[in-house]
Design a protein around this ligand. Structure first.
Ligand code: HEC
Ligand code: HEC
Length: 394
């Protein structure tokens, strides 16, 4: 298992080195997935996207000096080279502190109705400044310190003046970051070409996978397909039992159901990222019993490149994810009513994974096949080791 884990990142680094906008060598030119009209309708009127603003947002996104120890930028955890994620289970911030959650991709995040796995922030603007003040992410104590740091860097002074017409300030940092994030979007994938009438864009296994996705495997009940916004998410929260894989989850849930949790945004952020209460998910925000252990349904575009999966990075490959849903998730008192054992055969699991691969943008070209191979090898290797260990134990 260790051997695979050591080998795996090397392949990923190659596979995902083009995860930013430029296409892979030999890959077709990227075709936009969303019309300008759709993008505009999801952009707040008081923060229109301009090239200069998105460029400033990009500069801030890449700037390590906004963290307290000048070592962590947004892109440390949301690396463009890795599909705007990190291929680690959960992420590390200042002083090498390890958080409780897996860093999601920021690709298409503008289309979420709320941000974070538990939706505790409403908008990209509101979300953007939270990591800077989080003690284990970027570690700053006070917005004025951050503003003072940027205001001492001439290129930021100039860019803020040009974009906003005044000196560096906190709220505009959030606006520029959000504008940049609204330019990071998935592009056309084989699945889209298939829907546009190109039968050959999907192979037979991927076509069977699509039928299973909306049929027997019931994925589409939560990862809804909407032709106007084809992202495969319902913008809602569900308890799939991913959190219940943790040993002390039931105890935690029982305790939470009796006591109400935190108040302020900063307190919620702390609970979610630094404590075992992280596993309570949406409950931290709503304090409704039915939200215990519920997390946001993630969009599935480019999902091949964003592993490990789930809010805690607990599932390494797409085979593990489909296997998890196949057994009906993890039983617990708050399990979503839609979670049921599916009875999928091994071939059907393969078909579903192959279909998920077809949701990954054409700009990644042949590298998609390499990542699928890496995941298959990692999964089969781990399963073989587990069988061997189980046999030895007899
Ligand atoms: C130390 C690693 C780390 C740093 C630094 C970091 N993030 Fe994140 N980011 C995460 C994690 C982990 C989550 C998920 C947390 C959660 O859901 O509770 C997240 C969530 C997000 C989301 C929500 C996406 C979604 O699907 O809901 C956005 C947007 C985002 N980060 C943008 C940023 C920006 C902008 C910065 C820089 C100001 C930044 N992040 C810095 C780790 C990091
Ligand atoms: C009851 C709603 C529901 C159903 C049904 C469902 N999902 Fe999910 N899915 C979710 C939620 C919620 C998460 C995040 C859970 C978490 O992190 O704790 C998730 C996570 C995932 C992820 C991980 C994505 C990432 O970025 O980490 C993949 C892949 C996925 N689902 C695919 C599928 C497939 C394939 C099926 C059908 C076999 C399916 N889902 C069925 C709600 C659902």
């Amino acid at each position: 298992m260790n051997r695979i884990l050591i080998l795996a990142p090397a392949v990923v680094a190659v596979a995902c080195s083009v995860a930013a906008q430029p296409p892979a060598p030999g890959a077709p030119a990227p075709v936009p997935l969303f019309s300008d009209g759709v993008i505009k309708s999801f952009t707040p009127a008081d923060n229109p996207i301009t090239d200069a603003k998105a460029k400033l947002g990009d500069m801030i996104f890449d700037e390590k000096r906004i963290s307290t120890d000048n070592a962590i930028a947004c892109n440390t955890c949301h690396s463009p080279r890795n599909g705007f994620t990190t291929h680690t289970e959960t992420s590390r911030g200042v002083g090498d502190q390890l958080g409780k959650r897996n860093a999601p991709s920021i690709l298409n995040a503008m289309f979420y109705k709320s941000m974070f796995w538990d939706g505790r922030a409403e908008t990209l603007e509101e979300q953007a400044t939270l990591p800077i003040l989080n003690p284990i992410e970027m570690g700053q104590k006070d917005p004025t310190d951050v503003v003072a740091k940027l205001a001492a860097i001439p290129e930021f002074v100039e860019a803020f003046q040009q974009v906003f017409g005044h000196p560096v300030n906190w709220a505009d940092m959030g606006k520029a970051l959000a504008a940049f994030e609204r330019t990071r979007l998935s592009t056309e994938a084989p699945f889209d070409r298939y829907l546009h009438g190109d039968e050959k864009a999907l192979n037979a296994s991927q076509r069977r996978g699509w039928a299973l996705f909306t049929g027997k495997a019931r994925c589409g009940t939560c990862h809804t397909y909407d032709a106007a916004l084809p992202l495969f998410g319902d913008n809602r929260f569900h308890n799939t039992g991913a959190a219940a894989q943790k040993q002390d989850y039931n105890q935690l849930a029982a305790r939470a159901a009796r006591t109400a949790a935190a108040g302020s945004q900063a307190e919620k952020d702390k609970l979610a990222l630094e404590t075992d209460f992280s596993e309570l998910g949406r409950f931290l925000t709503t304090q409704k019993k039915e939200d215990i252990g519920a997390f946001k349904t993630p969009f599935l575009r480019d999902v091949l490149l964003t592993g490990p999966y789930m809010h805690d990075g607990s599932l390494e490959t797409l085979w593990d994810v489909v296997g998890f849903f196949n057994k009906g998730g993890e039983r617990n008192p708050f399990l979503d009513a839609e979670m049921k054992p599916l009875g999928l055969s091994e071939n059907e699991v393969d078909d579903l994974v192959n279909f998920l691969g077809a949701l990954t943008s054409d700009r990644f070209g042949d590298l998609r096949a390499a990542e699928l191979d890496r995941q298959r090898t990692a999964f089969l290797y781990r399963r073989a080791v587990q069988h061997q260990t189980a046999n030895r134990g007899r």
